[in-house]
Design a protein around this ligand. Structure first.
Ligand code: FAD
Ligand code: FO1
Length: 459
């Protein structure tokens, strides 16, 4: 078998039956460089059976709006055509996976079910409920992490330094090249001529259509490839010196593609390894892409309260409790924050950047979330508002990286205690003056305040 068995986790043990292998694609929405699809094909080839890919569209998902659904659906639409070239039919099901997949498996006489890995509570719950309702072998393949999340650690990691060593030890085993997906030789399309009415599907969603889609990036695998080429060719070499400067365009901009699985992090890591660019920049990006990103999956997999105050470390809960009654100089409602109407032009600019473009600069995300802690009644309220806004406006929202990043900012998760101060206790503090010393805040404010909410800006 060419797929490392450490990537594969059995969700349901059963005797393999005859019939097509079904890959229920969920988090990793791509054809190329997808370990779950490759595993499904490998098993289908062994069994000499057809392979079918299915996606279940749920009518709403953790506060997602048309901004994120639109991006995802456009990516899926181009992907379905690409799959057809490999003799792999693509099917679209409407509803919760545990409700709609069992019938689909029966109707298609499926012999095996494969899915990808997702540590978030709801998608995990879908998997477990579905496992109870099927009687064929059901495997989960980690196609998102370079070193599989369940394999690298069986507990919540305390911080990046505790996970880094484990990842480094396993990287030579897992950071390998991908085998190629082949044109599938066993092909029996159960519904030839099957067509998906994408606009109709979009109209049936029970979501908020008032947050506009953005057009500074093209959804799908091909869009991901050209964004990747642009970054590798032009900007990787300056990643380290520029990534923490919100007035510059130093980050890769790839998180929306990574979130929807339209780009494989492993492919990006392989390209970074090969690149003839500054060693410092390559190292810094590998740290974010592998250690930080995979730490976030570890956090969500093993911490049942990943988006709650109760999920913070005991030291962080204690220090925030000790400062609960501290007087807040400014208190804002969710609505005032959402509209970017605080006394702080830098914070308002960050909020504007997120609302208008769907992607706030990474450095500003930390400042933004910490100020929400400072300007709301309690850490619980701060968590709720930060997650609501992040998931509503960011294209890469409702991702383990988001829950870990917000918990880091507000609850010291994966961080250490710092000097005691008002409201924050020992949680690391950030302020406007610190930002002013670090980067050209005026340029950033000008660029992001020059637009009204809900209008587009050039990135
Ligand atoms: P680059 O700097 O180019 O990094 C490349 C990739 O590395 C990113 O796409 C991401 O996959 C990973 N990465 C980079 N920084 C981090 C990090 N701190 N933690 C985990 N992985 C990282 N990221 C999201 O993907 N979705 C979110 O909703 C999200 N919300 C955040 C909220 C807060 C309050 C904070 C502090 C961070 C959040 N992050 C989130 C993490 C990080 O800010 C973004 O991943 C990054 O800014 C995305 O931009 P990029 O792809 O250009 O990053
Ligand atoms: N996954 C699904 O399987 N079905 C969906 O309908 C779906 C919608 C959706 C909308 C916005 C969004 O940000 C994510 C969405 N996802 C959906 C899941 C997503 O692909 C990721 O698996 C998770 O957000 C974890 O990162």
């Amino acid at each position: 078998m060419s797929i490392h068995k450490g990537r594969v986790f059995s969700l349901k043990e059963a005797e393999p039956a005859s019939g097509p292998v079904i890959y229920w694609m969920q988090r990793d929405q791509r054809v190329t460089d997808n370990w779950a699809l490759l595993y499904a094909q490998e098993r289908a080839l062994e069994m000499q059976e057809p392979l079918i890919v299915v996606f279940c569209l749920v009518p709403r998902f953790i506060g997602a709006t048309i901004r994120q659904y639109g991006f995802m659906i456009k990516g899926l639409s181009t992907m379905s055509k690409k799959l057809a070239r490999y003799n792999i039919p693509f099917r679209f099901l409407d509803g919760l996976p545990q409700d709609v997949l069992p019938r689909f498996l029966l109707e298609n006489g499926a012999g095996m079910l494969v899915t990808d890995f997702n540590p978030l509570r709801m998608p995990m719950d879908w998997r477990f409920r579905l496992a109870d309702r099927v009687d064929i072998p059901f495997y989960e393949v980690d196609a998102h992490n370079i070193v599989p999340c369940r394999y690298v650690s069986d507990k919540p990691e305390y911080a990046a330094f505790t996970l880094r060593k484990k990842i480094e030890n396993l990287l030579p085993e897992f950071l390998t090249n991908f085998p190629l997906l082949v044109k599938h030789p066993y092909y029996d399309d159960p519904e030839p001529g099957y067509k998906i009415d994408w606009p109709k599907i979009t109209r049936t969603l029970q979501i908020d259509f008032s947050v506009p889609e953005v057009d500074w990036l093209t959804p799908g695998e091909a869009g991901a490839c050209s964004a990747l080429a642009d970054f590798l060719g032009e900007r990787l070499t300056n990643y380290e010196p520029q990534r923490n400067f919100p007035d510059k365009n130093g980050q890769s901009g790839l998180s929306p593609y990574l979130h929807f699985g339209q780009l494989s992090a492993q492919r990006l890591a392989l390209w970074i390894q090969e690149a003839d660019d500054s060693a410092e920049s390559k190292k810094a990006l590998m740290e974010e892409l592998i250690v930080r990103r995979e730490l976030a999956d570890n956090f969500c997999l093993y911490n049942p309260y990943y988006e709650k105050f109760n999920g913070f470390q005991p030291w962080a809960q204690k220090t925030l409790n000790d400062h609960r009654d501290d007087v807040r100089e400014y208190i804002y409602t969710q609505e005032q924050l959402e509209e970017g109407r605080t006394h702080d032009p830098l914070w308002n600019a960050a909020q504007h950047e997120m609302v208008a473009t769907g992607k706030m600069h990474g450095f500003m995300r930390m400042y933004w979330a910490k100020k929400i802690l400072e300007w709301t009644q309690s850490p619980e309220e701060a968590m709720e508002i930060a997650i609501y806004l992040n998931d509503r406006y960011e294209l890469d929202g409702r991702d383990p990286n988001g829950y870990a990043g917000i918990a880091w900012s507000i609850g010291g998760t994966h961080d250490r205690p710092w000097g005691e101060r008002k409201i924050f206790g020992m949680i690391r503090y950030m302020n406007f003056q610190g930002c002013k010393r670090k980067f050209d805040v005026e340029t950033y404010i000008k660029r992001n305040s020059a637009v009204d909410l809900f209008t587009k800006v050039e990135l």
